[in-house]
Design a protein around this ligand. Structure first.
Ligand code: SAM
Ligand code: SF4
Length: 426
């Protein structure tokens, strides 16, 4: 979501004649798009702003701005801590960026642009997509779930689904622009359709997008377990372009902790969903998120999480140490799991998941997989990299003429993170 917001911001500025440059030292405007989900993310931004102080002193005309969730969350506090910042632009003000910069240009003014009830703007003006062959498409904004630990509903506002026709038009435009894969984005993407009439759901949206020519793959992220339906899973199983991969965070395996997190499901329910997904879509891969060290998490609670991770055998998991966020309901609970324990639990889950991922990837050796070729490998420029429909990363030898194309790769080796293969399609 943040990456898309960055692309939209750059796009709106490029449209006004700004040029995007790689080296910040040459910039007239520096904008940091930010995250506030965990304290560490905000801390990083403050330290980066601190290190930009010298550049601003040398070049007082430089416009320095903070965008997005942390701007929305911290507001004026950023000006107090970082007096050299010119602009604080919240999550609903991205579309106003060109005007805001115009007002500041040449004046060194400071503008606080935060609108709690501002309109959700989905207009796509992106001219600067990182990847020509893949694009993010926002299908909804905000979140109404209020999980007790999470800042998102406070900084992103209420859930709002975008009309189907708008999404179809955008995906058609992207296809005309050479895009092969779209990733539909929503904090709670599988509740898509609220407020659009009872016949509009993520499943019906997928069915409308599937026939669009030029698009080869459709993904969606992130799915909340409480909103997962048989209809959606059937659509994933039936529609040829919808990829067999779910990102469906469990957060914990302990029902006591899930209750305190206000997640509205039990670990048994989560297991049932995974089973249903696998029976309707046999080759589906599942990714999950877990938070360790939530207030009151005992060794037994953590063991329940370990069991869940061991039993569901996700393709990959993102594990986070609980980070208290001011304003959320969990702030009322004592952050009583010591940092050392959080770290230990974090590592145990990561190690377990890495073992499982390595085993699952090993099972892929000898199979042939369809890969959308995305670029050259970071570790070996002579090799190409891409993803399978199941979102596994594949590194293989092949000519650069395959970039942006679908190719079949025979898997010959693997690690926990990567499949290695060869293609004969050239
Ligand atoms: N909407 C998605 C969902 O409900 O699954 C997740 C969005 S959230 C930005 C991404 C992940 O950050 C969550 O799945 C959760 O694991 C983690 N997260 C959110 N708030 C957190 C907090 N206060 N401390 C640690 N991790 C947190
Ligand atoms: Fe945060 Fe929960 Fe909404 Fe996800 S569903 S964004 S974790 S409040």
């Amino acid at each position: 979501m943040n990456k898309l917001d960055s692309e939209l911001s750059i796009g709106s500025l490029v449209k006004e004649g700004y040029t995007f440059i790689e080296d910040e030292k040459d910039a007239d405007v520096i904008l940091l798009n930010t995250c506030s989900v965990r304290h560490k993310a905000e801390h990083k931004v403050y330290s980066q702003l601190g290190s930009l102080r010298d550049q601003k002193e040398k070049n007082p005309g430089l416009i320095l701005g903070v965008l997005g969730c942390m701007a929305q969350n911290e507001g004026e506090k950023i000006f107090k801590r970082m007096p050299h910042v010119n602009l604080i632009c919240g999550t609903r003000m991205f579309s106003k960026l060109p005007e805001l910069l115009e007002k500041i240009n040449g004046t060194n003014k400071r503008i606080l642009a935060i609108d709690e009830d501002g309109e959700v703007n989905f207009d796509r003006v992106v001219t600067q997509r990182d990847d020509r062959h893949k694009a993010f498409v926002s299908v909804m904004r905000g979140c109404d779930n209020y999980c007790s630990y999470c800042i998102v509903p406070y900084v992103r506002g209420h859930e709002f689904s975008r009309p189907v026709e708008d999404i179809i038009n955008e995906v058609k435009d992207l296809a005309d622009d050479g895009c092969k894969e779209v990733m539909l984005l929503g904090q709670n993407v599988n509740s898509y359709g609220k407020g659009l009439g009872e016949n509009t759901t993520l499943a019906t949206l997928l069915r409308r997008l599937n026939p669009i020519g030029g698009i080869e793959r459709i993904r969606f992220v992130t799915s909340h377990p409480k909103d997962m339906t048989r209809d959606i899973l059937e659509a994933v199983g039936e529609l040829p372009k919808v990829c067999e991969n779910l990102h469906m965070p469990a957060q914990s395996g302990s029902d006591k902790i899930l209750g305190k997190m206000r997640r509205q499901y039990t670990s048994e329910y989560y297991r049932g969903l995974v089973e249903m997904a696998r029976s309707l879509v046999p080759n589906i891969t599942i990714a999950s998120d877990f938070i360790v060290g939530f207030p009151g998490e005992t060794e037994d609670d953590f063991e329940d999480t370990v069991s869940l991770v061991r039993d569901v055998r996700c393709q990959n998991c993102f594990v986070f140490k609980y980070s208290p966020r001011t304003g959320t309901a969990a702030m009322e609970l004592k952050d009583d799991v010591p940092e050392k324990t959080k770290k230990k639990r974090n590592q145990i889950l990561l190690d377990l998941q890495s073992e499982i991922s390595a085993e699952l990837n090993k099972e892929m050796i000898g199979k042939s997989v369809e890969v959308l070729v995305e670029g050259t490998s970071k570790t070996d420029e002579s090799r190409l990299t891409g993803r399978t429909r199941q979102n596994q990363i594949v590194v293989f030898s092949g000519p650069s003429s395959l970039l942006g194309k679908l190719t079949n790769v025979d898997i010959v080796d693997s690690t926990d993170l990567t499949l290695f293969g060869v293609t004969s399609e050239f």
